[in-house]
Design a protein around this ligand. Structure first.
Ligand SMILES: Nc1ncnc2c1ncn2[C@@H]1O[C@H](COP(=O)(O)OP(=O)(O)OP(=O)(O)O)[C@@H](O)[C@H]1O
Ligand SMILES: [Mg+2]
Length: 382
């Protein structure tokens, strides 16, 4: 047995050396073509191009597929197995499918990670100028106005609109995304490459909150925070989605500057509530983004109103016209007004508004406006 493969489950037909040719009408080539439809959920690419299918054995109508995982304890193992079985059972002539797992050798794994992630670079490809990925930083000077709520619900709305989207929780001290999305587990790390966590609703994200034990406070000085954040932008396998939504910490401090400096192509979405003081501080965050040469893409007024349960009228619970004030100050526009809706309760996994609810519709509008923006690529001077 070649050394790429360790710990193999010994439940195949035992005929390791048998040439994998067709018998009973099923061709190996047909099986391999079908396997191109099965993706590794973390790597986002198909098992054939990832060179993870190491053997296809066919005996009559039974097929055994041997898959080399990046690590034996890969958390996606059962999902991959289920996807293979589901896909191959659709192939004519296939009645039974068995999946064996092994593990890549160190050098196979290194080669795969280098080919996917590139050599040690300053930033993952998604954050670089040449990538199609648009990075939207959700900012506000003030705490508690709903940045994280906007970040996750905007991501969900973009996902509903058919865009691929991932979330970077840049609020290192006060990360709330893992709890909001109900996924507190530690991420999978292979050869120094960190894989985003997939929440139960299918949104992928990464957060420092997933590296520390629940309830544990992060007490770091600014340079360490910046280093951690830089690492998340460099060592995470961001699969160049259409959008990366960055949930920023409150304020206009160091983290905001790091993000602005490291990702000059990032666009800032400013969140405010209607109150005048929130608007003043939110505008400051927007101005800082402008000074750091980020483009302000628009303003979201969160907790803008409550819908009267009896008459359906907008009740402006908080006085003020914060959204318009911020938009005017930043020479930008309001992309959405999100009503107060107590369902975004902050309970684990309960931060996403139900599709078609009033707030979800507001986020759909914001997503549509953002997606409609044409991004001008910088022209290369010849
Ligand atoms: N539209 C809304 N209706 C009702 N509650 C909301 C709404 N938006 C946010 N909230 C609630 O307000 C609280 C603060 O929201 P969130 O954590 O999103 O704010 P934040 O700006 O990210 O806070 P921080 O500055 O601490 O990071 C949460 O409990 C959240 O559930
Ligand atoms: Mg937050």
């Amino acid at each position: 047995m070649s050394d790429w493969f360790r710990g193999r489950k010994n439940n195949s037909n035992g005929d390791e050396n048998r040439a994998p040719v067709a018998s009973g009408g099923v061709e190996e080539a047909t099986i391999r073509t079908a396997l191109k439809d099965v993706r590794d959920p973390e790597l986002g690419r198909d098992l054939i191009s990832l060179n993870m299918i190491r053997k296809v054995a066919i005996s009559g109508s039974s097929v055994t597929v041997t898959v080399a995982l990046t690590t034996a304890g890969c958390p996606m193992k059962h999902r991959i197995s289920g996807d293979i079985v589901d896909r191959l059972k659709m192939v004519e002539g296939v009645e039974a499918v068995d999946v064996d797992f092994g593990e890549m050798t160190d050098s196979d794994r290194q080669n795969l990670m280098t080919s996917l992630h590139g050599e040690a670079a300053e930033l993952a490809p998604a954050f670089t100028e040449g990538s199609k990925t648009r990075v939207i930083a959700v900012v506000s000077g003030k705490g508690g106005v709903g940045k994280s709520t906007v970040a996750v619900n905007l991501a969900a709305a973009l996902d509903r609109a058919g865009k691929s989207v991932e979330i970077l929780d840049a609020d290192v001290y006060g990360s709330s995304i893992p709890v909001m999305l109900g996924a507190m587990e530690k991420p999978n790390v292979v050869e120094g490459v960190i894989f985003p966590i997939e929440s139960p609703t299918g949104l992928k994200f990464i957060s420092m909150g997933n590296f520390v034990n629940e309830g544990q406070a992060i007490i770091w000085r600014a340079p360490i925070v910046n280093k951690a954040l830089t690492q998340l932008m460099r060592d995470v396998y961001w699969d160049e989605p259409d959008f990366i939504i960055v949930d920023m910490p409150p304020g206009t401090g160091d983290v905001a500057l790091t993000v602005a400096q490291m990702i000059p192509k990032a666009e800032a979405l400013v969140v405010t509530t209607p109150q005048a003081d929130a608007a003043r501080v939110a505008a400051k965050a927007g101005k800082m983004a402008v000074q750091a040469h980020l483009k302000v893409i628009g303003v979201v007024e969160n907790m803008a109103y409550a819908e009267c349960p009896d008459c359906g009228k907008e009740l402006r619970i908080f006085g003020g016209d914060g959204g318009n004030a911020v938009a005017e100050e930043l020479d930008s526009k309001i992309l959405g007004r999100v009503p107060i809706e107590p369902d975004a309760s902050g309970e684990p996994g309960n931060a996403l508004y139900e599709e078609d609810s009033a707030p979800a519709r507001a986020f759909d509008e914001v997503a549509a406006s953002i997606a409609a923006v044409k991004v001008r690529k910088k022209l290369r001077v010849l």
